[in-house]
Design a protein around this ligand. Structure first.
Ligand SMILES: CC(C)(COP(=O)(O)OP(=O)(O)OC[C@H]1O[C@@H](n2cnc3c(N)ncnc32)[C@H](O)[C@@H]1OP(=O)(O)O)[C@@H](O)C(=O)NCCC(=O)NCCS
Length: 156
């Protein structure tokens, strides 16, 4: 059974398996493969965000196997931006949808009244379908911070 565990510094290697897989990062940020330095920096910033009380990072595990990462981070606009990265061998089995359904109540408890948002590349059908299934609605497209065209989704 898949469970969520709050990330700690000990989870760096598990994070790196996901972040250094170019299939996982192909639709994240600028879509370029990540090198180790970028991945370690992202992990440390994520944990620091959690330590400040501004983020939630969980690894989804099935016993010892890492299924993926789910996260929510407050941004300066007082939104909480949701992210889900699954290991490719677990795509397309409903895990993204199920994990989002598990994450959102935790986000609401931790950040009451703050709107969950997500940004998906305009051609990322799986991400859009997963977000819509969880109740997110598209709120226009914009050029994201990495220069790619993204759809902004908001949970109403
Ligand atoms: C995006 C991601 C989290 C989706 O998770 P998933 O477990 O594969 O998705 P699910 O199996 O829960 O399917 C969710 C929906 O997407 C649809 N879907 C799955 N693969 C699809 C594809 N390749 N194209 C279009 N729709 C797809 C499913 O049919 C489902 O829609 P439905 O609920 O209407 O039936 C996963 O592909 C992933 O981790 N990708 C790499 C990282 C990433 O890009 N994350 C998103 C940006 S933060």
């Amino acid at each position: 059974m898949i469970g969520l565990e709050a990330c700690t510094a000990d989870d760096l290697d598990d994070f790196l398996v996901l972040a250094l897989d170019p299939r996982v990062t192909a639709r994240v940020g600028d879509g370029a493969p990540w090198d180790r330095e970028r991945a370690v920096d992202r992990f440390r910033r994520g944990l620091a965000c959690c330590e400040r009380g501004e983020g939630l990072w969980f690894l989804a595990r099935d016993r010892d196997e890492v299924i993926g990462l789910v996260l929510g981070e407050l941004d300066h606009l007082a939104e909480v931006e949701i992210g889900i990265w699954l290991a490719p061998e677990h795509w397309g089995r409903g895990h993204g949808r199920a994990l989002l359904g598990t994450l959102l109540p935790v986000v609401h408890l931790r950040f009451p009244g703050v709107a969950p948002t997500a940004y998906a590349n305009v051609d990322h059908g799986a991400s859009a379908a997963m977000l819509r299934a969880a109740g997110f609605v598209a709120d226009g497209t914009l050029t994201g911070r990495y220069g790619t065209e993204v759809t902004r989704f908001v949970l109403r």
